[in-house]
Each structure stands twice: as structure tokens, then as C-alpha cells.
Design a protein around this ligand. Structure first.
Ligand SMILES: O=C(O)CCC(=O)C(=O)O
Length: 263
């Protein structure tokens, strides 16, 4: 079944109930369309967010232990603008901060990274602890758009910038203890479209004991991929190098860090 929802109204995982309108916001009647095998049904829903007035198609991506939702969150024009703003605002890590430790060895990462979020938050991955810089206006805007669409709140974002198709990210899971295991990770992509691959933990490497096909996606400019639990328990993901990609891409993964992991 393919669902067409209106941004800020029905969200992945919702049972059709609308969110409460934020205090002071004006409610408006709008139409939500659900396309299913029986044809197109139309429903009226209360609109809490007037600015989100065009429908976005949600695609459900499911496999054994994998549960994702994918949609275009921003129009091309808006995504172009957000990309430009982020190019001006985001300050990427340098020096020791821009390195990772794998089995005790230190490597430079094949992309640029930055971490933003609520005051005092830290996030440790690949053996390095990172402090959140204060939210920039554009990161805040995108975070709020994701929250309105998904109903989930996020206190941290990892920014990855790939200068072209040579930059990449190896296979990993986002399963650090600091992360709220009940919160999806929302991955927003801006810039060059890139392949993204999920591989089941039991189907990796020569020792793998199950045959499970990888799940391959292309993450488009302005898109959002929601990785719902338990996806990151069972599936690794990667952004492989693609020599033919000549343009840059910025990816934002919005996360919820558990507050008692605050140092
Ligand atoms: O750039 C991407 O789409 C991948 C990002 C990612 O895997 C991560 O932030 O954990």
C-alpha cells in the first residue's frame, strides 16, 4: 500500500490520529489521501501546520527486522536553499576531532563531520567523543520540519559532508548506548543523490550464516529516511564510494540522546 500523506498531518507509524496543534496555531481543514488496493479514499484531517500544504508520498521499506519510511521532505527549490545555507553555517571538525579509531588505529575520515545539538550533549562514536555545537538557524528549521512530519523530537544531529563520490561512509550501525533506542533516526539528504545500502548483521562477510539480500536505496536531494527501531539492531548501513558522483552532498542524521548520558 502506498500512502500519500500531507506533511505534518499523518506520519509514519501513526494510526491516522492527528497530532495536537501547537498552542496558538490556527487549525485548518485539509484533505489526506490514502491510496490503497481498493482505490483512493479521502479523509478530512485537522491541519496544525499551515505551511505544510502539499502532499508527500511515503514509501515503506521493510525486511526482516528492518523498518524504514522514505519521503521527499523538501521541494527542489527549498532543498537548494537549505543546502546553500548549511554551506555557510556549518563548521566542520578539524585535526584530531576529524579522526576515528578502529581497533586502536587512528584514521582520517573520508568526509567532513560536525555535531550540533542541545547544550551539554556529547556523543561518542568510533572511539571519539564529540560535543554538540549550538543549533544553527537552518539546522533548527530542518529539525523542526522533521519533528512536525514524524511527531518525534530530536536533541542532536550528526552532519556529514561528502565533497563528491570519493567521500563515503563504511558499514556500521547507529546503536550506541547514548541513543534513545525507541526513537527513530531521521536522515535528511541534501545535494547529490547517493546510493545507501543496508546489510543484515547475519549476512555480512565470509562467515555469514544466512542469505539475506541487502536493501539498496538512492537517497535523493531533499529526502528523509526514517530508520525506525529495531532497524539499527539488525542491519548495518553504508554510503559506498561512487566515482561518477561529482557533486557534494550533506547528510543530517537527527538523533535523540538519552539525557542521563549527558556528562
Ligand atoms: O550520509 C549518509 O546517508 C549516511 C550517514 C550515516 O550513516 C550516519 O550518520 O550514521
Amino acid at each position: 500500500m502506498e500512502r500519500f500523506v500531507t506533511r505534518g498531518q499523518k506520519r509514519p507509524g501513526s494510526d491516522g490520529a492527528t497530532d495536537e496543534a501547537p498552542r496558538g496555531s490556527e487549525k485548518k481543514r485539509i484533505k489526506v489521501e490514502i491510496c490503497d488496493d481498493e482505490g483512493v479514499k479521502e479523509e478530512d484531517e485537522d491541519a496544525a501546520f499551515e505551511e505544510f500544504s502539499h502532499p508527500i508520498p511515503w514509501q515503506k521499506i521493510e525486511a526482516d527486522g528492518l523498518d524504514c519510511d522514505y519521503a521527499l521532505l523538501f521541494s527542489k527549490e527549498e532543498a537548494d536553499h537549505l543546502f546553500k545555507q548549511l554551506e555557510e553555517e556549518v563548521v566542520y571538525m578539524k585535526g584530531e576531532e576529524a579522526k576515528v579509531q578502529v581497533f586502536g588505529k587512528v584514521y582520517s575520515i573520508p568526509r567532513k563531520q560536525a555535531t550540533y545539538g542541545d547544550e551539554g550533549l556529547t556523543y561518542t562514536y568510533s572511539g571519539v567523543k564529540h560535543s554538540a555545537c549550538p543549533w544553527t538557524p537552518t539546522l533548527e528549521y530542518i529539525r523542526d520540519a522533521v519533528t512536525k512530519t514524524t511527531g518525534q523530537t530530536f536533541n542532536f544531529v550528526l552532519v556529514n559532508r561528502y565533497k563528491d563520490g570519493q567521500d563515503h561512509m563504511g558499514e556500521h550501525r547507529d546503536d550506541e548506548r547514548e541513543l534513545d533506542p525507541l526513537c527513530p533516526i531521521a536522515s535528511v539528504s541534501l545535494g547529490a543523490a547517493r546510493d545507501f545500502i543496508f546489510r543484515h548483521r547475519d549476512a555480512r562477510g565470509k562467515q555469514s550464516h544466512r542469505h539475506i539480500e541487502p536493501v539498496k536505496l538512492e537517497l535523493a536531494h531533499g529526502s528523509m529516511l526514517l530508520m525506525n527501531p529495531p532497524t539499527n539492531t539488525f542491519w548495518y548501513h553504508s554510503l559506498p564510494a561512487r566515482k561518477k558522483v561529482l557533486l557534494p552532498r550533506i547528510n543530517l542524521t537527527f538523533r535523540r540522546i538519552l539525557l542521563d548520558s549527558k556528562k
